[in-house]
Design a protein around this ligand. Structure first.
Ligand code: B12
Length: 626
């Protein structure tokens, strides 16, 4: 049995066969021969000599023909699933009796074939229904599709490449610039425990790397003084935070198997459905609480075409001052951010895929950026507006910490998306966009590489205002159009796409996910984040099957639309114009508030009535720099 059975991959199109072969092909089937005709075309194009027999021959007739042709290779196809084993077994017996079995390599494929069946029966190889033509050709030519180094590896996508970050809309650009400069000036002489801890963490990890144990102990003590509640107890008394436990040595060593698997998966051996997603960057989100479980989810999602993964942390990490150290499992949703956990999880991420660690809310955002960089993440996520208005962090505190995040991300060369999930709380898209654009402008002033993240969802604003009653295309298209006209920057709809259009029904949710992803790419998006089909209504942990069906659905929708364009109705242009007007209105109100931070408290970027509540975590912790 060939070791190629069940393997996936693609042929290097330019490579010519080392040796030309004589091939006989036959459908051992009443009619179905399309698969073989497809393979014949590829083999002929590569110069092989091919004899294709018609369908509906008896096994005896085929053996007789084989005696005459004497091929190097015999390719049998079977589509009809009844009687398959009997027909094929009889055929192999006859071939053997005729003394021909050992004179040629014999493979079987088609809709009713599974590699295991072929193996049991004694074929040299068996190919299932999703076999690619390249795999069939590789078998004939005796090539290993998954030979390491035989294929160029995929390149890690750079989501920000080719964007100038120039504001094309001068009026919006001027207002954003003015507000952003005021924010940066305001933050310049302010600090917070979060900012100081990030500095300590960086120094501490440097000292650790240099083997400076004394330095580490001193810095750890300094760090602990700036933590609170359960985190302080962890540093002082070694007590785990509630609902966490250390990973066991067996769990930690299990990551090396994930690392091996990720290495094997890199390059040409991804499932067929993944191929279509290779040049479309689709992110999934993970954060089961268990880093090992996350690793498995990451591997599975990558196998089905995900090119990026996003780390979700527990919500207590956002409310507590300080991070733990070590490798921890968390009983509830969200995987604890520590350098050790991140380094373990990284093992499951394919080298050519993207990894984001989010720093958009809570009391530890600058340290998150530091840890993301130290662990080798590719991206982070920053938006003080969302974190302040819909994720519970005090606006003043998050503005100080957020500006530090922007500086750190620029220093580490980490691009970041500027998320607008406050729209999910009810904030109108225009206000969320105004906030996103100001933060983006601040990021640009600090030489960062921000990415716009408009929500692709049926937001509360859209539901209540009836904006998306007619379709799910126009409003999303308007969002992309308005942003594209304002600034030359990458757009990464999320997070995830399709929120509030998905339901408890997994088939419906996958379909919605796939269509939203395809719409985003059709509109020119650089990347998308998708939900697993049970994510919106998970009654427990997200399942692997639900991840696969959503990614399959994304692949199918991308295949369906290809490079064609989805054309929104004229209403999209009207909605885009309205969005621009309201963005301008919001920016003007923010400017007249005199301070970005004040504008956040006063509801300029989303009011209480609209569902935006300035957070309280960290209130009163901002101090002047000495
Ligand atoms: C086209 C088609 C037909 C055409 C066939 C034309 C032809 N010249 O081939 C026609 C209309 C004639 C036909 C007839 C029938 N069909 Co028909 N047909 C299909 C259909 C729609 C597509 C099959 C196809 O060509 N796929 C495309 C090719 C490219 O795929 P493929 O063969 O799987 O090949 C790929 C791989 O499998 C692989 N491969 C294939 N062979 C080999 C071999 C090797 C060595 C290797 C390496 C790889 C390999 O490479 C290819 C590339 O990916 C399918 C349903 C579907 N899938 O949509 C039903 C289907 C296969 N047909 C089916 C049936 C039942 C029939 C009939 C029996 C119906 C009837 N009762 O009359 C009749 C046959 C009548 C008879 N005389 O017995 C059933 C089979 C059900 C089953 N469980 O067995 C299917 C699944 C439809 C259904 N659900 O009812 N059919």
């Amino acid at each position: 049995m060939s070791e190629r059975v069940g393997e996936r991959g693609e042929m290097t199109p330019s490579a010519q066969p080392a040796e030309l072969k004589k091939i006989m092909m036959v459908p051992l089937d009443p009619v179905h021969d399309v698969g073989l005709k497809l393979i014949r075309r590829a083999l002929c194009e590569r110069g092989h000599e091919v004899v294709l027999l018609p369908p509906d021959l008896s096994p005896e007739e085929v053996v007789e023909k084989a005696r005459e042709v004497r091929p190097d290779c015999l390719l049998v196809s079977r589509t009809i699933s009844y009687g398959t084993a009997e027909v094929l077994a009889r055929f192999l017996d006859l071939l053997d009796t005729a003394g021909l079995r050992d004179t040629m390599r014999v493979a079987v494929g088609g809709m009713s074939i599974r590699p295991e069946l072929a193996q049991e029966m004694g074929f040299d190889a068996g190919f299932g229904p999703d076999t690619t033509v390249e795999e069939a050709v590789a078998f004939v030519e005796g090539r290993q599709l998954c030979e390491r180094g035989s294929q160029p590896s995929l390149l890690k996508p750079d989501l920000t490449q080719g964007f100038s970050y120039r504001f094309k809309d001068e009026e919006v650009g001027r207002l954003c610039g003015e507000i952003a400069r005021e924010l940066l000036d305001w933050a310049r002489d302010r600090t917070s425990p979060g900012v100081i801890r990030a500095q300590i963490r960086e120094e501490m990890e440097k000292a650790r790397a240099e083997g400076n144990h004394e330095g580490v102990t001193k810095l750890r003590e300094e760090y602990a003084r700036l933590t609170g509640d359960e985190i302080l107890r962890f540093y002082r008394e070694g007590v785990p935070v509630s609902h966490t436990r250390p990973l066991t040595p067996a769990e930690i060593s299990a990551f090396s198997a994930l690392e091996d698997k990720a290495r094997q998966m890199e390059g040409p051996v991804r499932p067929a459905s993944a191929g279509i997603m290779q040049d479309r960057v689709v992110f999934i989100q993970y954060g089961t609480g268990c880093p090992l479980m996350d690793g498995h989810h990451i591997l599975l999602s990558q196998a089905w075409g995900a090119r990026g993964v996003v780390h979700f942390d527990p919500s207590w990490g956002a409310r507590q001052e300080g991070f733990l150290e070590g490798a921890w499992s968390h009983q509830h949703d969200g995987t604890v951010i520590t350098l050790e956990n991140l380094k373990l999880i990284k093992k499951s991420i394919l080298p050519s895929n993207l990894w984001q660690v989010r720093a958009h809310r809570g009391l530890n955002t600058p340290e998150t950026v530091v840890l993301a960089a130290l662990a080798g993440a590719d991206l982070t996520k920053i938006n003080v507006v969302y974190g302040s208005l819909a994720a519970g962090t005090d606006p003043e505190r998050l503005c100080v910490d957020g500006v530090k995040c922007l500086e750190l991300a620029a220093r580490f060369g980490l691009p970041y998306d500027v998320v607008t999930n406050e729209e999910l709380a009810g904030v109108p898209a225009a206000k969320a966009f105004a906030g996103m654009l100001v933060v983006m402008a601040a990021g640009i002033l600090l030489n960062g590489r921000p990415i716009l993240q408009p929500l692709f969802a049926r937001s509360p604003e859209a539901i209540i205002g009836g904006i998306m009653d007619e379709d799910f295309v126009d409003f999303n298209a308007a969002k992309v159009a308005v942003l594209t006209n304002i600034v030359d920057a990458p757009i990464w709809p999320g997070a995830p796409v399709g929120f509030l259009t998905q339901s408890q029904d997994r088939a419906q949710s996958s379909t919605m996910t796939g269509l939203h992803a395809a719409l985003a790419f059709s509109l020119g998006a650089t990347a998308v984040t998708v939900a697993s089909s049970d994510e919106a209504y998970a009654g427990g942990p997200i399942t692997g099957a639900a991840r696969v069906d959503s990614l399959q659905s994304v692949a199918a929708a991308i295949r369906f639309f290809g490079r064609t364009k989805i054309s929104p109705s004229p209403r999209a242009a009207f909605l885009a114009e309205k969005l621009r007007e309201d963005i301008l209105k919001t920016l003007k109100s923010a400017l007249s508030a005199g301070s970005f931070v004040r504008a956040l408290y006063e509801g300029v970027f989303g009011s209480r009535e609209e569902g935006a509540y300035p957070g309280r975590a960290g209130r009163g912790t901002v101090t002047r720099r000495p």
